[in-house]
Design a protein around this ligand. Structure first.
Ligand code: NAD
Length: 462
């Protein structure tokens, strides 16, 4: 067990204002692996002051120099790739291979993409008799969740730094260790003191203090819809800019001409990856009634292959929440065809890969985000029915369409009320804008669209 001290504020590790600590637990064996300080209002205030003091200098730093620091940060993350992966596996419980490819690999790619964008983005443009300057919004408060702990810090910090903003991050209490590792990489990359600051702490204390701080110009939050709604209201009440990345209940629509086996196998893998703790997971599989029984059989076989290969959920509370949803699915009449609430493991917060058949659109497990390895398979009668079901939740974060003909899949995707759709499998693109329609959020992350979130315009007329 390692007791970590200090918050990274103004370019140094400073003692926390209060004595309280947060225990970090390895969800695979339930052991306490470390403690980090639980930040208070005073720590948040010190961090915001440091960010504000550093703002004029960083905002005036030429974009090429900001790009060079981001490139150095990317190189630092590459050098620490294994350490990042091992840290995420220890505090989140994800299998090491997933930690290497996704939890370490994606933040490296995203940091690299912003090093390039900072160097090439047109921070000035001409329109008619005007020049338009794209200027940094100011001090960014970033509140992040635990499910992709480094990615979510990087998806806010890298574009903010590219834009010339300064940042205070409050990471999730379950996964503060990779956040501390990131702060060390920021320091080594020569990013000036105060440009990036880290305050570990509890959501209702340190998170709330950041959301309410008058020195924060933009609040960027990723997490649950309930918390996002609350702190979004606080921040907009203070006329801060707000970006919210919230929950999802994304549809995987398999049209009759699709390669059914591939669509089902990729669909199951999409849900089980990261033990289902993915906001953009395709948790509702929509299958034509003529292919329904075959699809369910394929899904059961695919889930069985996952068996022991998925990690635990992040904590005991999350496991109870997921088990509760599984029990609710059974109680509401869905047919449990794989998995269930019990776990074959004695220790660790595991839930077996679970598949429900005969799920109807109004059931709780077809409407609410479960955030566990639970797939609902729904039946549709025709394309209009599929569209109604796909669009029939309060969320709209991601989705998938599979069809024999790509144009047919694209035509369907155009009618979906959602921010991202993968066509016949798709592939992750770190430059593609990511974010929600409806109650899945406000704003976009990644690529040039993610950068513009951190910019405001000033026009000069001649
Ligand atoms: P959460 O909302 O409880 O916590 C997210 C962050 O908010 C944490 O850092 C937490 O400490 C902080 N927080 C909690 N209460 C707060 C408060 N009162 N004031 C200020 N900050 C507070 O969510 P979680 O349980 O950590 O994450 C799971 C949820 O996040 C899921 O619902 C999931 O869909 C969502 N999520 C969305 C995305 C996305 O990109 N849209 C990505 C990941 C997770």
């Amino acid at each position: 067990m390692k007791a970590h001290d200090g918050m990274y504020i103004d370019g140094a590790w400073r003692p926390a204002a209060g004595p309280d600590v947060i225990e970090v637990v390895n969800p695979a064996d339930e052991r306490v692996i470390a403690t980090v300080p639980a930040g208070t209002v005073e720590d948040v205030d010190a961090a915001v002051r440091a960010a504000r003091a550093a703002l004029p200098g960083w905002a005036a730093t030429p974009p090429a120099e900001r790009a060079a620091r981001l490139a150095a940060l990317r190189d630092g993350l590459v050098a620490r790739r294994n350490e990042i992966a091992e840290t995420v596996t220890a505090e989140l419980g994800s299998p090491l291979k997933l930690s290497q490819t996704v939890h370490a690999g994606v933040p490296i790619a995203v940091t690299g993409s912003y090093a390039e964008l900072a160097a090439t983005y047109a921070f000035e443009e001409r329109t008619g008799n005007s020049i338009v300057f794209h200027e940094p919004v100011g001090v960014v408060g970033a509140i992040t969740p635990w499910n992709y702990p480094l990615h979510q810090i990087v998806a806010k910090t890298a574009p903010a730094l590219a834009a010339g903003c300064t940042v205070v991050v409050k990471p999730a209490e379950d996964t503060p260790l990779v956040a501390r590792l990131f702060a060390r990489a920021v320091h080594e990359a020569g990013i000036p003191a105060g440009v990036f600051n880290l305050v570990t702490g509890l959501g209702p204390v340190a998170g709330q203090a950041l959301a309410e701080h008058p020195g924060v110009d933009l609040l960027s939050f990723t997490g649950s819809t309930a918390v996002g709604r609350r702190i979004g209201a606080i921040a907009t009440g203070m006329v801060k800019k707000v970006a919210l990345e919230l929950g999802g209940k994304s549809a995987n629509v398999i049209l009759p001409g699709a390669d059914l086996a591939r669509a089902v196998n990729v669909g199951v893998a999409n849900v089980m990856s990261n033990s289902g703790q993915t906001c953009s997971a395709w948790t509702r599989m929509l299958v034509h009634r003529d292919q329904y029984d075959e699809a369910v059989e394929l899904a059961v076989a695919a889930a069985a292959k996952y068996g022991d290969r998925i990690g635990p959920l992040v904590n005991a509370g999350q496991r109870e929440r997921v088990r509760g949803y599984i029990e609710k699915g059974v109680a509401e009449g869905a047919r449990l065809v794989a998995g269930g609430p019990d776990s074959p493991h004695e220790r660790g917060y595991h839930v077996s890969p679970t598949v429900f058949a005969d799920v109807t659109p109004e059931m709780t497990i077809a409407q609410e985000e479960i955030f566990g390895p639970v797939l609902s398979v729904l039946r549709y009668a025709d394309e209009e029915d599929a569209l109604r079901i796909a669009n029939g939740t309060v969320y709209g974060l991601a989705g998938a369409v599979w069809a024999g003909d790509e144009a047919e899949a694209v035509a369907f995707a155009r009618r979906m009320e959602t921010g991202q759709v993968d066509i016949n499998g798709g592939r992750f693109n770190p430059l593609a804008p990511f974010g929600g329609y409806k109650q899945s959020g406000v704003g976009r992350e990644l690529g040039a669209h993610g950068l513009t979130e951190y910019l405001q315009t000033k026009s000069l007329q001649f």
